[in-house]
Design a protein around this ligand. Structure first.
Ligand code: SF4
Length: 518
């Protein structure tokens, strides 16, 4: 029988390898800990479909990009399911690359999930599933009979967590690769394959457009990258490392759309960008003509393969929306055609002009930090008017943050109350604190009444908005029965949990009143 062993094997934690029943939005469940998400349910939700030769049918986009680059250079490489690693690793395997989005569970997503459960009185114990599934991949690899033949490299947006955790050696990870793959990655891999000792933590430079090649393995969620980097340089964000915004040429975008539809059987193509409305821009100002050309090209391409196919996009800033509302309207005529509703993420982060000035001056350009709360309100309104439902994250625990900054956030929440925006409160936790205290670092933020009030109010607003969008979240789940059950369960849990937050808020308020009247 022909074996399926490869010289380079690529994989990822199961939570990320899976397309979560067809709806990437359901993927947020991966932040739930062991006390809530048991293994049997996790296996159903985080299934990974494979081809007869052991390669996956769809993969996380970043992993497909790495595979495409290596294949274009003639390497023997494949992406395999984390559940079937032993079938693809053999005596000739020299390198296994793991793509991670939250391998140690240090992300904002794991942090907010901790708050959500804790404030709802639900027991939190064990690792988030995403981190647990990362450790399982490592266990399988470290116990492989061929372990001494291959090196383990961890890459992806959360690879820094492995190094910063101080556990790289203990986890058996030979190398941590940070940054974009296409420019420096191939030489790094070549060095390892030839037995050269490379730096244990490797920082790669941003790729040039000429280095980037189209994917050949379809991507989970139908992702097709249209820009890379954003150039706004926020201090707390990974894409700021990528430097200026780079726009991907049409030929690559078109090929990737085709791969996703024809090979991946995907119907909705997510035109991934940190800032869609700045496609083709040279500086901060958008280039409406280029954005419209891209939108029309992508729309026509998906429709060539079926009138039911759609396009969507994932991120924007508030500033660019307010700068050019007519561009937003024109793009919506394609993405949200016929009144279709989609999500878009717009990091609000903070309403404090002091913190904006200090950590994210570029985010609000061409406006001034003092104008930002109004820009946010206007942007959400414009997006809502054009059928976008906004996911607006707000971060607390910035170094130097004071009560006045939280009060500014509370005032902004109040201004957003009638708009369709899911306001997720996120904790900024220095890794050193995480290492020392784990999730209990998050309890300290809940001990501060003002911060607790903000977190509760943001969650109540978020859950209110989510109730209106439960159908959108589960819409792409392939199996109709599972889709229906998830919808009913989603509505029921949102209402129940929201009531608990409201209850907590009134206890907090009565505590305030007692202090005032005593
Ligand atoms: S604007 Fe968004 S993507 Fe760009 S650096 Fe800031 S947070 Fe990151």
């Amino acid at each position: 029988m022909k074996n399926n062993f490869h010289e380079i094997v690529l994989t990822s934690e199961a939570a990320i390898a899976s397309d979560t029943l067809g709806s990437s939005l359901v993927g947020f469940i991966s932040a739930l800990p062991e006390s809530v998400l048991n293994d049997t349910v996790a296996k159903i939700i985080f299934r990974v479909s494979s081809n007869a030769d052991g390669t996956v049918k769809r993969a996380p986009y970043g992993l497909s990009k790495v595979e495409a680059k290596l294949k274009s250079l003639g390497y023997n490489v494949s992406i395999v399911s984390p559940y079937e690693l032993n079938m693809s690793i053999g005596p000739n395997t020299k390198l296994v690359g793991i793509y991670t989005m939250d391998g140690m569970g240090y992300s904002y997503g794991s942090g907010i999930t901790y708050w959500m459960l804790k404030l709802a009185g639900i027991k939190y114990s064990g690792l988030p599933f995403i981190a647990k599934s990362f450790r399982r991949v490592l266990e399988t690899l470290n116990n492989s009979p061929y372990r001494s033949n291959f090196k383990i490299v961890v890459g992806g947006p959360a690879s820094w967590q492995i190094y910063d955790s101080g556990l790289q050696k203990e986890l058996g990870v030979d190398y941590v690769f940070e940054g974009e793959f296409e420019k420096d990655g191939p030489a790094f891999i070549e060095g390892i394959l030839h037995g050269v000792k490379m730096p244990e933590r490797f920082h790669a430079r941003p790729a040039s457009i000429e280095d980037i090649v189209p994917i050949t393995t379809p991507s989970n969620g139908g992702l097709v990258e249209v820009t890379r980097g954003c150039g706004r340089g926020c201090a707390f964000c990974t894409p700021n490392l990528s430097g200026m915004i780079r726009s991907i040429p049409f030929e690559i975008i078109e090929k990737e759309i085709e791969v996703n539809i024809l090979k991946g059987n995907l119907k909705d193509i997510n035109l991934h960008s940190e800032e869609y409305f700045r496609y083709g821009a040279n500086g901060i100002d958008p280039n409406p003509e280029k954005v419209m050309k891209l939108t029309e090209m992508a729309y026509k391409t998906v429709k060539r393969f079926g009138s039911e196919n759609t396009i969507s996009t994932d991120f924007t800033t508030a500033a660019v929306v307010v700068q050019n509302p007519s561009l937003v309207k024109s793009v919506a005529e394609y993405i949200n055609e016929g009144g279709r509703k989609t999500f878009i993420e717009m990091g609000i982060e903070t309403a404090s002009s002091k913190l904006i000035e200090k950590y994210m001056r570029g985010k609000v350009l061409p406006y001034r930090p003092i104008q930002y709360p109004d820009i946010v309100v206007q942007a959400v309104g414009i997006l809502n008017d054009n059928n976008w439902f906004v996911v607006g994250t707000m971060i607390i625990n910035f170094p130097g943050e004071t009560d006045d900054d939280i009060i500014a956030n509370l005032e902004l929440l109040d201004k957003l109350k009638d708009l369709k925006v899911v306001t997720f409160p996120l904790p900024l936790i220095p890794v050193a604190a995480f290492r020392k205290k784990g999730f209990t670092a998050l309890d300290e933020m809940l001990e501060d009444p003002l911060r607790k009030e903000f977190i509760l109010k943001a969650l109540i607003k978020a859950f209110d908005s989510l109730k209106e969008t439960t159908k959108m979240v589960v819409d792409n789940v392939r199996n109709p029965l599972i889709r229906y059950l998830m919808y009913r369960f989603g509505l029921f849990s949102l209402e129940k949990v929201k009531k608990r937050y409201e209850n907590q808020l009134s206890i907090l308020k009565s505590g305030y009143n007692e202090v005032i009247t005593s």
